[in-house]
Ligand binder design. Structure first.
Ligand code: ZN
Length: 294
């Protein structure tokens, strides 16, 4: 009987006749965690030694899945070696016109995103050479609040356009975004017009603008500067669209075709000029810029 008594309360312990049944927690199935020094491919779960995966530009050698690349690493992958010089946008400030708070205050979310990515905003802008061509490169970082387009991100892109015009450089943008930043409301939507104005300035100066769409690219970014370029390139399998597929299905009460909103689907329907493997992106951009500079 003593064995059945709790030492602290002295109450008898419940008699356990059955083993407890484990009920899986609600929500998405947890992904396997890769051991330290390895990375799991999100396409097929195959694990790679991190260094090997980085050498392959974060592309799975088994299934071809193109993993997410942060902005600075992306610029390094595209630029000629040693030619990358980051633009100083430390004076760009975010605004909080709605005093938005969804449990965490918006300024705090910004501060967390800055600490996490080491970037000032969702855009990383730099001067560089690609195949010897002088470029202003503007890379979005999906890790910064989902690459969302707020007023400060719009300011970064607008300045990148002005820099390209002032210094007679071509413009290359790598776009990956969830869309306009909801925390800023209409001020975020206005950035679509602001960025479009920047692109028109580049076009008026007769300078080429190439956009590269990476997974995922949605909302106000896809609806503005991402598709206003002279050439639209996309990475294989990248999901590209305005509203998400589920929202469209709910609105239209129609089943969407297979592969809808993928880079390959958009290529087949004339919305993308070329789907390019990440390993070939730099050479493709360099070749295109070479053609434009003739
Ligand atoms: Zn894979």
């Amino acid at each position: 009987m003593d064995a059945l008594m709790d030492r602290r309360g002295g109450l008898p312990l419940p008699h356990r006749r059955f083993a407890p049944r484990l009920v899986p927690a609600p929500g998405p199935k947890p992904q396997p965690v890769a051991p330290t020094g390895t990375v799991a491919c999100k396409g097929c779960n195959r694990r790679f030694v991190t260094e090997r995966y980085e050498r392959a530009l974060r592309v799975c050698s088994l299934c071809g899945y193109h993993g997410v690349v942060p902005a600075t690493l992306r610029a390094t992958q595209l630029a000629d070696r040693g030619s990358l010089h980051l633009a100083d946008f430390s004076d760009v400030e975010d605004r909080d016109p709605l005093h938005f708070n969804d449990g965490v205050a918006y300024p705090k979310r910004i501060a967390e995103a800055r600490a996490k990515t080491g970037l000032r905003e969702a855009f990383m802008v730099a001067r560089c050479l690609i195949g010897g061509n002088p470029i202003v490169i503007a890379c979005m970082d999906f890790g910064f609040l989902g690459g969302s387009l707020g007023s400060a991100a719009g300011e970064c892109f607008a300045r990148a356009c002005e820099m390209a015009v002032a210094e007679n450089r071509s413009l290359v943008a790598v776009c990956t975004s969830g869309g306009a930043r909801m925390q800023e409301g209409i001020a975020a939507l206005a950035q679509m017009a602001r960025c479009s104005q920047g692109v028109s300035g580049v076009a008026a100066a007769g300078l080429p603008y190439i956009s590269i769409l990476a997974d995922p690219c949605f909302g106000g970014v896809t609806a503005s500067f991402a598709v206003q370029s002279d050439v639209i390139l996309a990475e294989p399998g990248a999901r590209i669209g305005f509203a998400g597929g589920r929202v469209i299905e709910q609105a239209t009460h129609d089943k969407l075709p297979d592969g809808f909103q993928t880079a390959e689907f958009l290529l087949a329907h004339g919305m993308v000029d070329q789907v390019v493997l990440r390993a070939d992106l730099r050479d493709t951009v360099a070749r295109l810029l070479g053609v434009y500079s003739r």
